[in-house]
Each structure stands twice: as C-alpha cells, then as structure tokens.
Design a protein around this ligand. Structure first.
Ligand SMILES: C[S@@+](CC[C@H](N)C(=O)[O-])C[C@H]1O[C@@H](n2cnc3c(N)ncnc32)[C@H](O)[C@@H]1O
Length: 284
C-alpha cells in the first residue's frame, strides 16, 4: 500500500477493524488511526497482503493472526520508574497525604491500580516505592496493587517477574540490591515485592465499568496517547469513578485529563501529571 490514504482505504480499514472486533474480539476501532495504519503496514508486509482486503482474507485463513495483530497494535514498551520525576513526586505529594489520611481514618488498606502494566515494570515500581516509603511500617498496611493489561504474553512475563540485566542494572544500586535477586537468566523481583501485585487481564476500552472500586491511586500512563479523544474521555471517566475520595490519578508524561475531568480534578503537579479527586467536586 502506498502512502496516500484513499477513501476506499479508509472504508477497508473500518471493515478490517470491525472484523478484528467481531471475529477477533479485539477492539481497536477508536485507537488513533495514524498509529494503527503504521503498525498494520508491518503485518501486511509480513503476510504478503497487498491490500486490507487481502489481509482480511489472510485473517480468515489464519485466525491465530488476530492475536499477532493485537500484539503489533499495542506497544509494550516500559521501564522501571519510567518517569523518575513522577515517581519522586508521588513519594513527595501523594504518599505522605494518603498514609496520614489512612491513619486518621484508622484504615489499613492501600489500593493501587496500574491500568496498562505491560511487563510489570510499573506496578513493581509502585510496590518498591511503597516499600521504600513505608519502611518498617509496611506490615501495618494491607496493600493491593492491581495490574492489568490486554497483552496476555506481557502479563505472563510480568507475573514471572524476571528481567534481563540491561533493564534492571540502570536502577540505583540500593534498589537493585534491596528488591531484586540475581539469577543466571537475569534479575528476579523479590517475593515481598511480587506478593503486593495482582496481575489480571482487563481491556480498558471494552467496558465502562471498572473492575475495582475505592482505589487510592490509579496509574494510567502511556496508553491514552494511543486512543482517540472520545475513547480517552470514556476511559478517564471510568478511572475517575474507580477512585476513592480522596484519590489520586497519575498519567503519562505527555498525557492530560480531558476537559470535563479537568474541572473535577485538582492538579497537584502538572509536570508529573498527578491529579487529585477530592471531596468538594461536583460529580454527585
Ligand atoms: C506503552 S505501554 C505503557 C506501559 C506502562 N504503563 C508505562 O507507562 O510504562 C502501553 C500498554 O498498554 C496496553 N494496552 C493497550 N491497549 C489496552 C487496552 N485497551 N486495555 C488495557 N491495556 C492496553 C498495551 O498492551 C501495553 O502494555
């Protein structure tokens, strides 16, 4: 396929994404078209399909291609403490307030959600941050870090919690020594960190109801950028509803809440993309 996208290409792409949704059970209809087209191009080349219609015939003949396409359309790039500044600010602005609020309310539960967790780097970073912040008070709390994604193979790797040296050796030595164990194949996340994290499959775009409620802190990082505006709005509304009051929402470096949510969220740090849902909002 050439670089010019014609009207018939657009119609064929709509049909392909509809097919992907109905037959393949993966909904990319409201992902940003530019990224979808670029990444789809690679699957067309790999399967020797010249047009989207050829590729749809290929999908009929090779149903296993649905999963491969889904893996191509979702980008599982991540890293531990991906935005160092954001994690620093969570430790400075969110955790002290959250923990002292829990103390005042005599509550022991701390509930976090990493909504697009890729291979586990983000939820394990949250667990490490909590372990560092709470120190000997860690056992005073009942900590749940839910970690979800639509990539089943990324979730399997996340659960294994084993990372190649190049992914982990960039971390400060104190973190590496305290929370990882060196194995012949790489570095394993230590059990006390792993047991704070619960991994499961969840598709952020397929439902408007959150599987979790009364969350203290939701991380939705580097996923909204792939979604069209209306879908970003739906996802963010669901995440907002899943938060307790007060509750904190952390977005990726280049992401921001949609306009309707901006009115209901207090921005704690515009650079770190940390937002707070507080009692005085007008969400009824
Ligand atoms: C670029 S990674 C971001 C990982 C991590 N949050 C971070 O900021 O480093 C995007 C992740 O979103 C996941 N993803 C894409 N669409 C999704 C959806 N509809 N529901 C849940 N996860 C999705 C992908 O599988 C991928 O693991």
């Amino acid at each position: 396929m050439g670089n010019t996208v014609t009207e018939s290409d657009t119609i064929a792409l709509d049909l392909l994404l509809e097919k992907m949704y109905l037959d393949g059970r993966h909904d990319f209809r409201e992902y940003k078209r530019g990224t979808v087209i670029r990444r789809l191009e690679r699957r067309l080349q790999a399967t020797a399909a010249k047009t989207y219609l050829d590729y749809m015939r290929f999908l009929d003949a090779h149903p296993e291609e649905y999963q491969r396409l889904s893996d191509y359309l979702t980008i599982q790039v991540s890293s531990f403490f991906r935005s160092t500044y954001a994690f620093q600010q969570v430790a400075r602005l969110v955790l002290p307030e959250l923990v002292s609020g829990k103390r005042d309310q005599r509550q022991q539960s701390l509930r976090f959600w990493s909504t697009a967790c890729a291979r586990g780097e983000e939820p394990y970073s949250i667990a490490i941050l909590l372990a560092q912040f709470l120190g000997h008070r860690l056992s005073d709390f009942d900590i749940s870090i839910y970690a979800t994604d639509i990539s089943r193979h990324a979730l399997l790797e996340a659960e294994a919690g084993l990372y190649p040296p190049k992914d982990v050796e960039v971390l400060p030595p104190v973190i590496l020594e305290s929370y990882f164990t060196r194995h012949s194949e790489g570095y394993a996340v230590n059990n006390d960190i792993r047991q704070m994290v619960n991994f499961s499959y969840f598709d952020l775009v397929s439902t408007i109801v959150s599987p979790f409620t009364s969350l203290d802190c939701v991380f939705c990082c580097n996923i909204l950028i792939y979604l069209q505006k209306q879908l970003q709005e739906r996802v963010l509304e669901m995440l907002y509803d899943s938060l307790a009051t007060p509750g904190y929402l952390i977005l990726g470096e280049v992401e921001r809440p949609t306009s309707s949510l901006r009115e209901r969220l207090e921005c704690l740090d515009a650079k770190a993309k940390i937002y707070k849902k507080s009692g005085g909002d007008n969400d009824g």
